[in-house]
Design a protein around this ligand. Structure first.
Ligand SMILES: [Zn+2]
Length: 292
């Protein structure tokens, strides 16, 4: 009996210990990409300052992640995003308030510079593709309007021809009709060329979207260096939800498997943007990490 008990106790100690050792020694078995980088950074801190590291862990375990508001500053906004610092500051404030209203405590503070969290807007292919697609959609709408307008004018023209056939007019009128017909034909050629061009662009945009992948990251929060990075957003509403999502990560809330949540991993699907509203699951997670 004693032996069995000893074996059980040994197993209870050995299994988790070997798990912890294996995760530290071989993090690539458990994480990949950004998560792996973050984990390795945490291990580096732990090895350098073990007392501080475990002290901080114990403090967080007892008091939660929200004992003091976190200061954030905007460090970089690439001008190609075509968004002003004032707009970003206002959206950050709204994102902050969304969590703070639910928590009933101060969680974040804007600070002009050197905040604990740095907010950066890094422009790359992701936002460029978004702008290209938006520009393409605008031109497609213009094209459709032009096609409809030309159709209407062709109809009106064919009515004039019918009338002419029933009751032919003067030579001058015939020449005018012929000129009008030629002008319409020429415009039809231009519209057709434009349609070909748009189809070509659509193929290129689709191929590009496939290459980028459906679920590429629009933004992320890096725990290693406390960076809140934005790479892509469809519009201001999307950006606002995205900032709220990353603020959620900043206080250590993970993704929530409920599409109604701000902490759901996807915030924009087929152009539909998640509501700027915390779900019950978001609030439960907030209460848990902040020990409210
Ligand atoms: Zn996320």
């Amino acid at each position: 009996m004693k032996k069995i008990l000893l074996t059980i106790v040994a197993l209870i100690i050995i299994v988790p210990t070997s798990f912890v050792i294996s995760i530290i020694a071989f993090p690539q078995w458990y994480f990949e990409g950004e998560e792996l980088k973050e984990f390795q950074e945490s291990v580096a801190v732990m090895k350098e300052e073990p007392v501080l590291f475990f002290g901080a862990l114990i403090k967080i375990y007892i008091t939660g992640f929200c004992t003091e508001p976190r200061n954030y500053s905007i460090t970089t906004i690439d001008s190609r995003f075509k968004i002003s610092k004032e707009t970003v500051t206002a959206l950050l404030k709204e994102a902050e308030t969304l969590w703070e209203d639910a928590a009933g405590i101060d969680l974040f503070n804007y600070q002009e510079s050197e905040g604990d969290i740095s907010v950066e807007f890094i422009y790359d292919d992701r936002q460029k593709s978004t702008f290209d697609l938006q520009d393409f959609n605008r031109r497609s709408v213009t094209h459709e309007t032009r096609v409809a307008d030309l159709d209407r004018r062709f109809d009106a023209f064919s009515r004039k021809i019918d009338i002419w056939n029933e009751n032919p007019g003067t030579e001058d009128e015939r020449a005018r009709l012929e000129a009008e017909g030629n002008a319409l034909e020429q415009e039809q050629v231009l519209v057709n060329n434009n349609a070909d061009q748009l189809n070509l662009e659509r193929d290129i945009l689709n191929a590009h979207a496939d290459a980028l992948g459906e679920e590429y990251q629009s933004g992320f929060f890096s725990y290693g260096d406390n960076k809140l990075t934005i790479h892509q957003y469809d519009n201001v509403n999307h950006l606002k939800v995205l900032l709220a999502h990353e603020f959620g990560h900043a206080i250590s809330i993970d993704h929530i498997d409920n599409p109604e949540s701000v902490m759901y991993y996807l915030l924009s699907e087929d152009g539909v943007i998640r509501d700027f509203k915390l779900s019950d699951d978001d609030k439960t997670a907030l209460n848990r990490v902040c020990k409210l």
